[in-house]
Design a protein around this ligand. Structure first.
Ligand code: TA6
Length: 297
């Protein structure tokens, strides 16, 4: 498969495919702006490192790379439902997209230097058994002065479909107890740790316990200020009515088999999506796109 992917989609000096952990095919992107890696399994960004900076995206040292499992870290593609399935908790949490093998459909090297790759997941008997709809889900990753990740759902059926989604991004930080997350002050959020109570705070977010919040907003820029790495990670989004902020803290970290007990100190999730009441309905032959734009300075 790797030889076939390289024959079809490699771009000398910019995109090469290699066999990664679990023998998952990985696309390695590089250019003057930096480097990134994308797993064909899950359509899943595993790394992003701008030139001259520390890695921006985090992956657990204990991540599973097994068919059917979700990779812990990176940018999991959450589709077609966020969290537990609304009617059947036996179905995989956060949907099936991140647990499926995708197809590479396009790679490109722009004259301006950006390198991009598009991967696609379309309905199969396995997905139809979980979610009886015809769809095409495309993820396009563009490595330039910023990392842009776009997930687009095309409704290929003859009935409207309703989905929730997220780009469930794990960001690398020096010490999660010493960061400040700005941009969500005075924005209402649902507290997933307190019966989805609706709350807000005038203060920027600091992590001193488990945090699991669904912010009800569609346009803020969020900044992760990280003095330990002497940098700020900037995050913008489009096509997203919800921003999820999550850190598992001590107890939940210890309960997750694919997450090191102390790894809560190394990461924070800031996710762009459409969650809960922000579910998106897509008419037949229509599409919806959610995009997250990441850069650091
Ligand atoms: O993004 C927040 C969240 O919904 C948390 O509640 C936590 O469950 C996290 O996602 C990870 O979920 P996962 O299914 O990947 O373990």
């Amino acid at each position: 498969m790797i030889d076939q992917l390289n024959a079809q989609f490699a771009i000398p000096d910019h995109i090469q495919f290699l066999s990664g952990p679990g023998e998952f095919p990985i696309a390695a992107l590089q250019n003057g702006y930096g480097s990134a890696a994308v797993s064909v399994y899950g359509g899943h960004v595993l790394s992003y490192q701008p030139t001259g900076h520390e890695p921006v995206i985090w992956v657990s040292q204990l991540a599973n790379y097994e068919a059917g499992s979700a990779i812990r870290g990176g940018i999991p593609i959450i589709f077609p439902w966020f969290g537990s399935h609304p009617a059947d908790t036996s179905k995989p949490s956060h949907g099936f997209a991140r647990r499926s093998m995708w197809q590479v459909t396009q790679t490109a090297q722009a004259a301006s230097g950006e390198t991009s790759i598009t991967l696609v997941l379309t309905d199969t008997s396995a997905t139809t058994a979980l979610w009886p709809h015809q769809f095409k889900l495309s993820v396009t990753v563009t490595l330039g002065t910023r990392l842009e990740v776009s997930m687009r759902c095309d409704n290929l059926g003859d009935a409207a479909i309703t989905m929730t989604n997220a780009l469930h991004t794990y960001f690398a930080v020096a010490d999660s107890t010493n960061i400040t997350i700005k941009g969500l002050e005075r924005i209402d959020y649902l507290d997933q740790l307190n019966d989805m109570q609706r709350k807000s705070s005038a203060l920027p977010i600091q992590i001193a316990a488990e945090v699991d919040r669904i912010y009800l907003e569609n346009s803020q820029q969020v900044d992760i200020v990280d003095p330990g790495l002497a940098r700020t990670i900037h995050i913008r989004k489009q096509g997203s009515q919800s921003t999820v902020v999550w850190n598992p803290w001590i107890e939940k970290s210890a309960r997750m088999g694919d997450f090191g007990d102390a790894e809560y100190l190394e990461m924070v999730c800031v996710e762009a999506g459409n969650v809960g009441d922000a579910a998106v309905t897509i008419a037949p032959n229509a599409s919806h796109e959610t995009r997250q734009i990441i850069w650091t300075e």
